[in-house]
Write a protein that binds this ligand. Structure first.
Ligand code: AR6
Length: 182
């Protein structure tokens, strides 16, 4: 029988795994949202479906009070996790690949750095990410892996309180691509 390893530790504090992000038992999962913050397809849709209406209610409030024109690309905000196992959702907006005047990598890195910083600010210790921008937003997966890895190394250096980062991929092939390129 073939045995498949679904978790690969690539650093003392970083694990790459295959699975459904919405089921991760961590302090916060990160949502690959859009600037409207009101839901969408992909991982965003899955998080709102699994977490229930409390999440979008808080997102509406954040839009009203802090970001009336939408959350800018690369920034992050935090809400409840609603019915999710994770207590919080950190919403960040990845770059739409090729539409940022050469700033795609800087913006994608900002998503990871700002999400980790926000988790640390709230005293959280564990956080799980999807592969931001690599679905609908078209970021090439090998390139996104290099950017994510470098950004996380920097962020974890600055935030010792974050003990565990999980990078969660739906497709085994995508987890493999990440590990080979990060
Ligand atoms: N668990 C882990 N990974 C997942 C899951 C899941 N449950 N569902 C999808 N993925 P995408 P983006 C992977 O398109 O490119 C939305 O409509 C998926 O295979 O969700 O940042 C938002 O509202 C892919 O590799 O995010 C925005 O409008 C990765 O998650 C837009 O899409 C990210 O794919 C954001 O696009």
């Amino acid at each position: 029988m073939e045995t498949r390893t679904t978790e690969t530790r690539i650093d003392e504090r970083i694990v790459v795994k295959v699975g459904d992000l919405t089921r991760e038992d961590v302090d916060a999962i990160v949502n690959a949202a859009n600037s409207a913050l009101l839901g969408g397809g992909g991982v965003d849709g899955a998080i709102h479906r699994a977490g229930g209406p409390a999440i979008v209610a808080e997102c509406r409030e954040i839009r009203r009070t802090q970001h009336p024109h939408g959350l800018p690309t690369g920034e992050a905000v935090i809400t409840t996790g609603g019915k999710l196992v994770a207590r919080h959702v950190i919403h960040t907006v990845g770059p739409i690949y090729g539409q940022n005047g050469g700033r795609d990598a800087a913006l994608l890195a900002a998503c990871y750095v700002n999400s980790v910083a926000l988790a640390a600010k709230h005293g959280l210790a564990s956080i799980a990410f999807p592969a931001i921008s690599t679905g609908v937003y078209g970021y090439p997966k090998p390139e996104a892996a290099r950017v994510a890895r470098a950004a996380l190394a920097k962020a974890l250096d600055e935030h010792a309180g974050i003990r565990e980062v999980r990078l969660v991929f739906f497709a085994p092939e995508d987890a493999k691509t990440f590990v080979e390129n990060a």
